[in-house]
Ligand binder design. Structure first.
Ligand code: GUN
Ligand code: ZN
Length: 441
């Protein structure tokens, strides 16, 4: 039996925190440990209790004084945009046409897709993200590259081929039939293989004809256990264009509703310009709005109104949206989330931030039985965070007096340097690995 004892200051959430100091929402062990057996969490508790359960041959990884948490989860990003982060000076539609639709054409070449997929997974891991939901390019080969790179690292990843059959360059367009056939083939090949999950991915209403939306409806009906991911109401010009293309729809949300695309496993990127009616439709269907803080600021899109989602009972989660988003770091993402909510008079407590990156996002994916918290039987995807990774952090930590304060410092000042280690199904992936530095030959 393969046993690993991960020692540190263990923090894991039980439920959504209801305030700045809701101590009932989490378990915290100042001298704690996670016992990992064959890639799964066997038990979590104080080091003394857990060490007694470990066999004589257990390997001990002592991470004190760092924090040990469930691996972070990113619910929306674009793997073909890894080299398009920091593309200057444009809002959504111009940015897509000027930079993104040019960049994504490179993924026709399988060697390019393979190269970026590997670097993409390593970038996620070095930022402590162990699960992500990603758009691939329109090319089926990009999906193979994506899931192959995830499988090589044994990561639980969700992704799919983008479908788009209009308002994009010829080289990036499929057809309703081709989008359907390729998606169907890729689901058969990847969904449920190892830790892979498939997301049916019509990019957004602007780039899909009604015929392609019909095909998306059919795919969802035939594969109800797959995810659906698309974009909704990110930018005012986008909303006007999308609704003009579907004049029979009541509003942007109704476009997706009419094709039966709204359900519990549907992730809707951005959701900024929604009416109460639309948010109520998300609440009724269980579809999830995805808050993408760094992207919404970078592309000048707008401010996500979390409190309105909560008031109307709609589900939401949080994501980087690389490459509209400017960082792979969920810590930096929550730093920007805090500021966006603060600007609107809304509070984001440090406990809530860490809940959102872990259990909250796992719940949004209906995967909380496997990831997002450290409980017996969970997959051993774990991140180790160093609150003193930079000298300015170390200085700030000298005067910190509580766990909540430490979490806020980590979120506000931390980035990939704060990720001391990351475990995927019990295997250490960061310190043990020679990172990056290579370029495509
Ligand atoms: N809407 C449609 N495609 C995209 C994309 O790639 N990024 C963002 N931010 N919004 C989109
Ligand atoms: Zn996106």
């Amino acid at each position: 039996m393969n046993e690993l004892l991960i020692r540190g200051r263990v923090l894991t959430f039980l439920k959504e925190p209801e305030g700045i100091d809701d101590t009932g929402s989490y378990r915290f062990f100042e001298d704690g440990a996670v016992l990992v057996r064959n890639g799964k969490v066997a038990d979590v508790g104080s080091y003394g209790d857990i060490a007694r359960q470990a066999g004589d041959h257990a390997v001990i990884a002592d991470h004190r004084p760092h924090l040990v948490l469930p691996g972070l989860i990113d619910t929306h990003l674009h793997f073909p945009q890894t080299q398009a982060i920091a593309s200057y000076g444009a809002k959504l539609l111009e940015w897509l046409n000027t930079y993104i639709f040019v960049e994504e054409q490179k993924f026709k070449a399988p060697e390019h897709a393979d190269f970026i997929a590997g670097r993409f997974m390593d970038e996620l891991l070095s930022n402590g993200t162990t699960t992500a939901v990603a758009y691939c390019s329109v090319h089926a080969e990009s999906v193979d590259a994506f899931f192959t790179a995830a499988e090589e690292r044994n990561m639980l990843m969700i992704g799919g081929k983008v479908m788009m059959d209009r308002n994009a360059p010829d080289a990036l367009r499929d057809t309703p039939q081709k989008g359907y056939d390729e998606t169907k083939h890729l689901i058969g090949k990847w969904h449920g293989r190892g830790r892979a999950h498939y997301a049916i991915s019509p990019r957004f209403a602007i780039t899909s004809t009604p015929e392609q939306m019909e095909m998306s409806r059919a795919l969802v009906a035939e594969h109800p256990d797959c995810y659906v991911q698309t974009h909704l109401s990110e930018n005012r010009d986008e909303v006007a264009f999308a609704t003009s293309l579907y004049p029979e729809a009541k509003d942007y949300t109704d476009i997706y509703a009419r094709y039966d695309l709204l359900r519990r496993k549907t992730l809707l990127g951005h959701c900024i310009y929604l009416s109460d009616r639309e948010i109520s439709v998300l609440a009724e269907t269980g579809a999830v709005g995805v808050f993408c803080p760094t992207s919404n600021l970078f592309l000048g899109s707008g401010l996500f109104d979390r409190d309105r989602f909560d008031r109307l009972g709609a589900r939401h989660c949080v994501a980087t949206d690389v490459g509209g988003g400017t960082s792979f770091s969920m810590l930096e993402t929550m730093d920007e989330a805090y500021k966006i909510l603060h600007l609107q008079g809304q509070r984001l407590s440090p406990l809530n931030s860490f809940y959102m990156m872990t259990l909250g996002n796992a719940r949004a994916l209906d995967l909380d039985h496997r990831i997002g918290s450290l409980h017996a039987g969970a997959d051993a995807d774990i991140v180790v965070l160093d609150s003193r990774a930079k000298s300015a952090m170390e200085l700030r930590m000298q005067v910190a007096s509580s766990l909540v304060e430490e979490l806020f410092i980590l979120q506000t000042m931390g980035d990939d340097r704060s990720v001391a280690e990351v475990y995927v199904a019990g295997t250490p992936m960061k310190r043990s690995k020679q990172f990056a530095g290579s370029t495509l030959q």
